[in-house]
Design a protein around this ligand. Sequence first.
Ligand code: DGY
Length: 317
Amino acid sequence: MKPRILQLNPILIPAINDKLASLYTVHKHFETPDPETWLREHGAGIDAVITGGHTGISRAMLEQLPKLKVVAVNGVGTDAVDLAYCRERGLPVTATLGALTEDVADLAIGLLIAACRNLCAGDRFVRNGQWELHPQPSAIPLARRFSGMRVGIVGMGRVGRAVATRAAAFGCAISYTDLRPMDDIAHAFVPQLVDLARGADALVLCAAADTAEGIVNAAVLDALGPRGFLVNVARGRLVNEADLTDALAAGGIAGAGLDVFVDEPRVPPKLRQSDNVTLQAHRASATWETRTAMGEMVLAGIAQALAGERPTMSLTT
Ligand code: DGY
C-alpha cells in the first residue's frame, strides 16, 4: 500500500502533483466538504503532511495524526506550525529553505519601486482614460527616486541579504536590524527598529514572524516619516495594520508595497482604497521556477522521512 499524504494546500505545478500521485495516496484536504469528519475517520492512517508556510498546521490537527512521520512545509515561514511540539514528538518539519529567496527579494524591490514611482496609480491613470482628459504633466504628482535611497532591512536572513544585494546595485545605502549583528555583513547594524526607521527612506520587512508580532507600529511609522516607504514581503502580522492605515491616510508615511496581510485573504478596505499602496496577493514565491524547486524539496523531504532518514531540510530533528 502507498504511504498516505494529507495535503492542506494546493500545489500549482502539474509535474509535482503527478510525482506525488505516482508515489503516494494523496488526500487533498482543501477539497474535502467535511474536513473534520474526514480527519476523525482517516487521520490515524496519515504518514505525511504537506502544508503552506502561511497555512501551517494546528497542534489539534497534529494530535489527530499519530502515525505522522513528517510535516513538509511548501514554503519558508514556519510560524504557523508548533515547532516546539513537533520537536518534543521527534517529528521532522521541513521547509523549502533557499528555494524562494531570489523571487521574494525581486518582488520586494519591485514593490518598493512601484511604491516610490506610483506605478500602479500611473497605470490606473492611463487605463481609465484619465490621461486624455488631463494631458497636462501636472495631473500626476512627481514621484520619488528609488536609486540611492537609504534602505533599512528588517531581518537579515536569506531574503534580507538578497534584498540588500539588489538595493546596493541601485546605489542604496543599506542598514539593517535583526536579533543580533551578523559578522559577515558589512552594512550598518541598528539594534532598535525605531532607529532603523528614523535613518531610512524605506523599510523592507524580511523577518520571520514567530516572535515579532506588531513590531511595525505607530512609533516606527512615525520615525519612518512622511517621505518614507514600507515594504512587507514577510508576514502581515509583523505590522500593526490599523497603525499603518492611519499613517497612510494621514500622510504619516509616503506609501507602502504589501504582499502580505494580517488576515489573508481579507485586506482592510482602507488599504484597498488607498492610492499610495501597491498590493499583491501573497505572491512573492509564485513563479514557475521557484514553485517547481519548492515542490521538489517537498518531495525530497517526504521521501527521506518515509525512508527513516532525517530530512536534510528538517528544522526540528
Ligand atoms: C512562505 O514561504 O512562508 C511564504 O510566505 C508562503 O507562505
